[in-house]
Design a protein around this ligand. Structure first.
Ligand code: NAG
Ligand code: NAG
Ligand code: NAG
Ligand code: NAG
Ligand code: NAG
Length: 444
């Protein structure tokens, strides 16, 4: 979710100035535009000042960062850590050609990792050897597979379409969950000759799992355990200000972005990498602002962020997403209360597609895979009230399956980029998966 903000602030400012359309009156009343921009500015400023005090980077760090070449791409990151890497290509039923990476440990239990919105498989390796989730799982004896959703940096191909076509981007996370995940999972099972795997998802990587469970329930039998990091299905209580701003008028915002010629939202570009190198590298006076922009989205605290790693992160994130993915979340925030529904095409479009005026709800009772949820109070996107509702509706949560990260300030991005994510979260994931696969892990 990181870089929503760069565009979000600009685009939302235009929406707010030009006035939200009448059909969003209720939400609009709740969030008067002046209140919002005040709150946003205040929050930015407070956080900026707080970080400025504690900000402290030595010159030796900045010398290192200037010398190092940022590694781009999942394969390069895996190989730089000295692990074997395999590329896999998977074609979905609707023609998208996806890339998947593997850190192979043949005949060991496969663990499949799925990334969040605007992220990619690089998420699970960018923290580096012994620290990134893929690395920790591999060293614990698992066969690690990293999926990439359609539209991300390394999955931008289709049998007949190209990313320049608007039609290429005509998908939301609904399609990622109902088409991409089944294709990727089948590929892993076929390649490993296994009947089931362990699934770990972060943020949108959990939303897509819920979609798959609801729409393709037969896949639940292929998942031994489902580990959800910062789960997202209900979103109406999201506390992240920029995300709420975007949701004031999701369809208007979508139209606006499309008018600007973008069906794709924030592709990973040289520009963003350059911004990272220029403004976020150690020693740059602007680095605290960089933190703030990132953490305003997912939690306004940067205690877990490793400053030195930000340019590496920006070399791979944001990884591209369809504008519809954002609009779909925006609709859930703006229109529904504790309802997890399919994409809203307007009543006429809904009649045509779903034979009902409203888009259908996803059926969470069908998520029959053994479920573990990791949550944190400082997560502004996967917030307590919404997670509690999710816990009420999911039928197969393990007896000790709702975990709170034992660090009060842990935020939405720390699951992926946190300095101590291994101690706070990943070691637990290894324990959980081991427990469900106890006979098969060789000792290392
Ligand atoms: C800031 O730098 C000083 C001197 O190098 C060091 O003593 C101090 O521990 C640092 N503070 C933090 C928060 O890193
Ligand atoms: C399954 O794997 C075998 C080799 O292990 C391969 O020949 C076959 O094409 C694969 N099938 C699918 C549907 O991927
Ligand atoms: C796949 O597993 C089945 C049993 O689970 C076994 O009979 C078969 O020989 C295996 N195939 C390969 C290619 O390992
Ligand atoms: C911070 O990131 C740099 C570059 O990736 C790495 O060398 C360093 O060990 C990291 N520090 C911690 C505490 O994770
Ligand atoms: C939801 O799924 C459950 C379990 O398969 C089923 O019993 C129930 O009827 C479904 N509800 C709806 C509204 O389809």
């Amino acid at each position: 979710m990181t870089y929503l903000l760069f565009v979000a602030i600009g685009a939302c400012a235009v929406v707010l100035v030009s006035g939200a359309p009448a059909d969003d009156k209720q939400v609009h009343a709740q969030f008067q535009s002046t209140d919002l921009s005040d709150a946003l500015l205040r929050s930015l400023l407070d956080d900026f000042l707080t970080n400025l005090d504690s900000w402290n980077v030595t010159t030796s760090d900045s010398a290192i960062i200037k010398q190092r070449k940022h590694l781009k791409g999942t394969r390069a990151l895996i190989e730089a850590q000295g692990y074997p890497a395999e590329d896999h290509v998977v074609v979905t039923e609707d023609g998208y050609i996806l890339s998947m990476f593997r850190i192979p440990r043949p005949d060991c239990p496969p663990v499949f990792l799925m990334h969040g919105l605007l992220a990619s498989s690089a998420d699970y390796v960018v923290l580096g050897k012994h620290r990134a989730l893929a690395s920790v799982l591999y060293e614990a004896g698992f066969d690690v597979w990293l999926g990439n959703a359609r539209g991300t940096t390394e999955s931008r191909r289709h049998k007949t379409l190209v990313p320049g076509d608007a039609k290429f981007w005509d998908f939301s996370w609904h399609e990622i969950g109902s088409q991409d995940l089944p294709a990727l999972i089948d590929h892993v099972l076929n390649a490993t000759n296994q009947t089931s795997l362990h699934y770990v998802g972060h943020s949108q990587g959990t939303t897509t799992f819920f979609v798959m469970g609801s729409e393709r329930q037969e896949y639940m039998a292929k998942v031994k355990t489902f580990v959800a990091l910062a789960p997202i299905a209900f979103v109406n209580d999201i506390r992240s200000i920029p995300v709420r701003l975007m949701a004031v008028a999701p369809n208007a915002l979508g139209d606006l972005i499309r008018l600007m010629g973008a069906n794709e939202f924030l592709p990973n570009s040289k520009l963003v990498s350059w911004l990272g190198d220029t403004f976020c590298a150690d020693g740059d006076i602007t680095q605290p602002l960089c933190y703030d922009i990132m953490f305003l989205i997912g939690g306004t605290d940067s205690q877990q962020m490793n400053a030195t790693a930000i340019p590496d992160i920006l070399a791979n994130t944001p990884a591209g997403a369809a504008t519809k993915q954002l609009i779909h979340y925006g609709q859930l925030i703006a229109k529904w209360r504790q309802e997890f529904r399919q994409y809203d095409h307007g009543w006429l479009g809904n009649l045509f597609r779903y034979q009902s005026l409203s888009p259908p709800e996803y059926n969470l009772s069908k998520i029959s895979a053994t479920t573990y949820l990791f949550t944190s109070d400082n997560d502004l996107l996967s917030v307590k009230k919404n997670v509690e509702e999710l816990v009420r509706r999911l039928p197969s949560i393990a007896p000790d399956g709702v975990k709170k990260v034992p660090f009060r300030k842990f935020n939405h991005l720390d699951y992926i980029f946190g300095k101590n994510a291994k101690e706070l979260v990943y070691n637990d994931i290894v324990k959980i998966i081991r427990r469900h696969d106890n006979n098969k892990i060789p000792a290392f």
